[in-house]
Every structure is written in structure tokens, then in C-alpha cells.
Design a protein. Structure first.
Length: 332
């Protein structure tokens, strides 16, 4: 029988660690941007992906979460604003917290702060759930290892499995029905000069969330059949490019993988289009810079903003080329 998310929690959390060991706990987790994307699930309840994926974390850009217990319902504050109980975010967080309430009537006070624009395709659910899992680990004294934390974070949001770690991270798709082999881990490659900048085009909430868009793509896009093989090939080439610190190949694979993902979702019915005219202008500018000899590549996720990939020594040329737009550099 396929386990429920509650069964996964029960399997991973020691039975004698169901009560808080401290009054409150806080944790940070970085956002991450995929260089080879996760798009499509083989199991919706456990957030098990069709394919593996690979990301780079964004250093100090991410989510801080502070947690403490309280009597009664959950109270969630995001970026200084208390959220209404019936907001979709609170409902999602509360159903996740249901897996670890010590007793009925036990609530949580969750104070989350994102250092990255929320819900504009900058992966705040990934860093948010990863930070929440780390804070729960502290509050209850679970002392879980990275693999277990990654599995628990995945139950909140697939890409959160990768935000448990810093740097270059691979999320193994796994094949087990219970998902115990679907977790992220560091790739083991350090590349200090690799840079990713965020070009902020819109801080507005996106029209369709990635969860629904992913499902629609899997169910209706005639191009989805080609996606697993595309990712399989891109993962192999990306890993070899990263191991060799080959920037041209790394950038080329990241860019083509992102474009293939967007092409696949464009073919869904109704189509899923996250690009704005300004997104296309940035992509064309990146291509123009490359034609002038500046090694710079882009990737895009489920939102209109564009992320650019370059090496530290070309930063002046990249900043100058993209000076028309707001340029957010992690770790700056
Ligand atoms: C990624 N994205 O690999 C891909 C690329 C967006 C585009 O993972 O339903 O919020 O919570 O598992 O992780 C966004 O999807 O989806 C995402 P759920 P998630 O980063």
C-alpha cells in the first residue's frame, strides 16, 4: 500500500520525540534555482517527481522561520503580516503541521520572513518549507540527518527537498512507491566563481501556481512524453559540465532545459505561459551579450522573472549589459 505523508513522518521521527524540547525554534533555509528542472509528479500526495533535478542555492536569499507552540488554532505571520486563517497559504502550512501535533488542540505560531520576492517565481515555498522543517527539527529535538529532512521538506513542496542544502544540489527522483529514495543531497562540487543573479521584472503574484501548472502540463501537453528523456540527458551532461567547471556547457544545458520546460507547458491545454514581454527582452539581451562574446546564460521558472548565470570575472560586463533592469545578486 502507498503510504500517506503522515506515515512518512511516523517512519522518520523517533517515537519518543513527539513533544517539544524547547519553547521556540528558528531556522533559515536558502532559496534554490534549478539548472535542470523538476516539472511533473508521479505521486501528487508525496510530491514524488517524474525526474531528478539539480539546483544551485541562493546563499542568504531564502526564508527565516520561527516556531512555537500555542493553545488552539495555528497563527501564521508572513513578512510581518498576520495571514487570514482561510488563506490558501495558512491552510497548506496547517495541513503540513497536522503531521506533527503532539495532541489535539495543539497549535503553532509560525513567523516566516522571506528575503526573496514571494510568489513571483523565486521559489519561496521551497525555502519556506525547508526552513519550517529545520525549525520543527529544533523544536522537537528530532536531530534528523539531511536525507530525512529533505524527505520531510519534499512533503511540503517538491523543490523544498533541495533547499535543505547549500550550493549545488541534486534531488534524486527515486523509484520506490513510498518515496524513501526520493531526496536531495549536495552534488559534492564547489564552484566559487559561479554566479546567479535575479532580474526582477515583477513582484506581482503569478496567475497560475506551479502545482496546478505542473499537473495540467502532465495531463494535457502532447510534448510531456519527451520531457523525461530530455531531463535524463540534461542531468548527465550538466553533472559532467559542473564536475569539469565547464561554464559554457553548464550555461548551455541550463538554458536549453529551461526553454524545453517552458515549451512543454506552452503546449498544455489551456496553455501555461509565465513570460511577460519584458522576460523575452531580457532573454534576447542575454543572447545579444553572448553574441558579443560575454559568457552569460539564463534560466526561468514558474514566473516572469529571469535568472542569469555567469562567472565572477564577467560580472561588470553582465551588469552593464543588463543595467536597464533590477539586478539582485545573492551574497552581494
Ligand atoms: C524547479 N519549479 O525545479 C521547478 C522549475 C518551478 C519551475 O519546483 O507542487 O513549488 O510544491 O512540489 O516545488 C516549483 O514547484 O511544486 C518548481 P510542489 P514546487 O524548481
Amino acid at each position: 500500500m502507498i503510504p500517506s505523508p503522515a506515515d512518512v513522518f511516523r517512519a522518520l521521527i523517533p517515537p519518543n520525540r513527539r513533544e517539544p524540547v524547547q519553547a521556540s525554534a528558528a531556522a533559515f533555509a536558502p532559496a534554490n534555482i534549478a539548472l535542470v528542472k523538476y516539472w511533473g509528479k508521479r505521486d501528487e500526495r508525496l510530491n514524488l517527481p517524474v525526474t531528478s533535478s539539480l539546483s544551485v542555492s541562493l546563499g542568504k536569499l531564502g526564508s527565516d522561520v520561527r516556531l512555537c507552540g500555542r493553545q488552539g488554532r495555528d497563527v501564521v505571520t508572513l513578512n510581518g503580516k498576520p495571514l487570514p486563517d482561510d488563506s490558501s497559504f495558512v491552510r497548506r502550512v496547517s495541513s503540513y503541521l497536522d503531521f506533527c501535533r503532539p495532541a489535539a488542540g495543539w497549535g503553532f505560531e509560525v513567523t516566516a520572513r522571506n528575503t526573496i520576492p514571494t510568489a513571483a517565481g523565486f521559489a519561496s515555498s521551497a525555502s519556506g518549507f525547508a526552513a519550517l522543517v529545520r525549525a520543527l527539527d529544533g523544536l522537537f529535538g528530532w536531530h534528523l540527518d539531511g536525507r530525512a529532512l529533505s524527505i520531510l521538506a519534499r512533503l511540503g513542496s517538491g523543490s523544498a527537498s533541495r533547499s535543505i542544502f547549500e550550493g549545488l544540489v541534486e534531488w534524486h527522483a527515486g523509484c520506490a512507491a513510498d518515496g524513501m529514495d526520493s531526496y536531495a543531497e549536495p552534488l559534492g562540487v564547489e564552484w566559487a566563481d559561479l554566479r546567479m543573479a535575479l532580474i526582477v521584472l515583477s513582484r506581482a503574484e503569478k496567475g497560475i501556481g506551479s502545482r496546478a501548472a505542473m499537473q495540467r502540463t502532465v495531463e494535457t501537453s502532447p510534448l510531456y512524453a519527451a520531457w523525461p528523456a530530455t531531463v535524463h540527458r540534461d542531468m548527465a551532461e550538466m553533472k559532467s559540465a559542473l564536475q569539469e567547471r565547464d561554464f559554457t556547457r553548464t550555461g548551455a544545458v541550463a538554458e536549453r532545459n529551461a526553454l524545453a520546460m517552458h515549451a512543454t507547458m506552452l503546449a498544455a491545454s489551456p496553455p501555461v505561459l509565465y513570460w511577460q514581454p519584458e522576460s523575452v527582452r531580457v532573454m534576447q539581451k542575454v543572447w545579444a551579450l553572448r553574441a558579443e562574446g560575454v559568457p552569460v546564460y539564463f534560466t526561468m521558472d514558474a514566473g516572469p522573472n529571469v535568472k542569469v548565470l555567469y562567472l565572477a570575472d564577467t560580472e561588470p560586463a553582465v551588469r552593464e549589459g543588463l543595467a536597464d533592469w533590477e539586478f539582485v545578486k545573492p551574497n552581494a
